[in-house]
Design a protein around this ligand. Structure first.
Ligand code: B12
Ligand code: SF4
Ligand code: SF4
Length: 324
């Protein structure tokens, strides 16, 4: 059926790929994101993901193995997908120095859980996209969906993959969270950014456990972030000895990165440090009750390690201190 005479016969200005991309980026900015880019779903060429899984670098994260196909083929998650909109939210800020006998929590986990802050906003972005391009479908995710956010961010021109394997944005550095919106709408894609690591290898040298086994390749079996957050078993002895102060996550390969020194402080109220989270006292943590754990860490990403995980981590850090 053709258009009725009183309906405009031209497509709305937002319906072409260029104006749609512009409108979505405006909407992302209005929702508080610091950067937004678009990738076309034409080329999901092999970029080492299979090799990473097959080499066993995924360690015990079976949920990654189970979702292997989905992570490599966005059309399995959203049939008809044509574009991926990637958003970034920076969280750079000064952290107080850890007092003696206190552990260190990775910066990303010291405030309100980013899943809770950002996923509703990516969903709102999807809603806006549906208004702009009626009849299209989308899938929104932040971290926990079977979508390879860093690879899409690199394709969408948000930055480059640093040798520590993190997405580095020219201004925000790597202190950022990523979110993605798969969509059946066609949006004008951005061009990938140039690699600006050059001959630097500060992150490789700073990693306490040698987990960056090659530029851009992290072996989770050696990574402190994996062991203190995801590993539900004992931490292997040689890693345990090298935990330093980290009781949850690890920022050593980010703290060493020169691109992170100039990152602007976040203005996001939800990313303001929660008192008592960045540097919890080791003795208290090592024998913490469920109640005390909840009081200190509820609503932050630290919950993911669980009470037993945090007690295990704090005991290991304390033992190293006693032995040094
Ligand atoms: C599994 C996982 C982990 C694992 C494995 C880490 C790893 N290096 O893969 C563990 C538990 C160790 C971990 C740790 C951390 N993680 Co994590 N993690 C993830 C998760 C869920 C999947 C990552 C994955 O698929 N890895 C497999 C690798 C092989 O695939 P990939 O990510 O696509 O990256 C490869 C390709 O991009 C390819 N590649 C290289 N160059 C190019 C160029 C182009 C053009 C393309 C297309 C591809 C490409 O090489 C990359 C590196 O191997 C993502 C969220 C998500 N859904 O993507 C968060 C995510 C990567 N993690 C994040 C964070 C913040 C962290 C920590 C900093 C937390 C902390 N402070 O403790 C550490 C950092 C450790 C490190 N140096 O990587 C952020 C990273 C933000 C950023 N700036 O990049 C993410 C994106 C979560 C989010 N939504 O914000 N993480
Ligand atoms: S998070 Fe820590 S252990 Fe993991 S690669 Fe970076 S520096 Fe190494
Ligand atoms: S520390 Fe150097 S090599 Fe590592 S990600 Fe930063 S710029 Fe790249």
């Amino acid at each position: 059926m053709g258009p009725r005479p009183d309906e405009p016969s031209l497509p709305s200005p937002a319906a072409n790929p260029e104006s749609l991309a512009r409108a979505v980026k405006d909407a992302a900015r209005a929702l508080g994101f610091d950067a937004c880019g678009v990738a076309a779903v034409a080329d999901e060429a092999d970029d080492g993901f299979d090799a990473w899984l097959d080499a066993g670098h995924v360690a015990g994260m079976d949920w990654m193995r189970r979702t292997r196909d989905l992570r490599q083929n966005a059309a399995l998650k959203l049939p008809g997908v044509r574009s991926v909109v990637v958003v970034a939210a920076g969280y750079a800020q000064q952290r107080p120095p850890a007092p003696p006998d206190h552990g260190k929590v990775a910066l990303y986990a010291c405030f309100r859980d980013y899943h809770r802050v950002l996923l509703p906003r990516v969903r709102l972005l999807g809603k806006r996209l549906t208004e702009l391009a009626p009849g299209t479908e989308h899938y929104a995710c932040v971290d926990s969906g079977p979508v390879r956010e860093r690879a899409w961010a690199a394709r969408a021109g948000l930055g480059w993959i640093g040798k520590n394997s993190l997405l580095l944005h020219r201004e925000l550095g790597s202190w950022l969270f990523l979110g993605a919106l798969l969509t059946t709408a066609e949006l004008a894609p951005d061009t990938p950014a140039a690699d600006r690591c050059g001959s630097c290898r500060a992150c490789l040298d700073a990693c306490p456990t040698g987990a960056i086994v090659a530029p851009r390749v992290v072996d989770s079996n050696r990574c402190i972030a994996y062991h203190t957050i995801e590993n539900r078993r004992d931490i292997p002895g040689d890693i345990k000895k090298r935990l330093g102060d980290w009781v949850f996550g690890c920022d050593a390969c980010q703290e060493a990165c020169p691109w992170n020194r100039r990152a602007p402080e976040t203005a996001e109220p939800d990313f303001r440090l929660r008192p008592g989270v960045a540097g919890p006292p080791l003795d208290e943590l090592a024998d913490m009750t469920e109640e005390a754990f909840g009081a200190r860490f509820n609503g932050t990403p630290v919950r993911r390690a669980g009470l037993e995980g945090m007690r295990r981590n704090a005991r290991a850090v304390r033992r190293n201190r006693e032995g040094s």
